[in-house]
Design a protein around this ligand. Structure first.
Ligand SMILES: [Zn+2]
Ligand SMILES: [Zn+2]
Length: 136
């Protein structure tokens, strides 16, 4: 049997997986989530600080829910979080549409190309240095 201490209340419980939170705290957290979700739906113009205060949840937790795509802010809502790559304002998830597209289409190859150019330039410099050394 896998037992763990709940990260919220410290009680020992039967650990099944995921975040180590006991069933009691988990259901409390779910209630909080529902309250927060409802509040955001009813108050689309509230900002994150307001939501956190009204629903008695931490801003960090709200961010986490948004990153997990459990909370989605309405289009035109004052609330949003930043894309983890470019910092653009987004409604849910971790990245904006543009960055998501880049990731999905694996445009990282472009960066590799840039690195290759940098590397070849570096080799050039080294070659020149060798040449200069030979000359002197
Ligand atoms: Zn607990
Ligand atoms: Zn982005």
């Amino acid at each position: 049997m896998n037992v763990r201490n709940c990260v919220k209340c410290g009680k020992i419980f039967n650990y099944i997986g995921g975040v180590p939170i006991c069933p009691a705290c988990k259901s409390k957290l779910n209630d909080l989530f529902e309250v927060t979700k409802k509040y955001i739906r009813d108050n689309p113009n509230a900002n994150i600080a307001q939501v956190a205060e009204e629903c008695e949840v931490s801003i960090k937790l709200i961010h986490q829910w948004v990153r997990e795509e459990r909370l989605i802010f309405a289009e035109g809502s004052a609330i949003g979080i930043e894309c983890e790559i470019c910092g653009d304002n987004i409604r849910t998830g971790r990245y904006c549409d543009k960055c998501k597209y880049d990731i999905q289409h694996n445009l990282t190859g472009a960066y590799d190309e840039e690195d290759a150019i940098k590397k070849s330039k570096k080799d050039e410099v080294i070659a020149k240095m060798r040449y200069l050394n030979k000359d002197s």
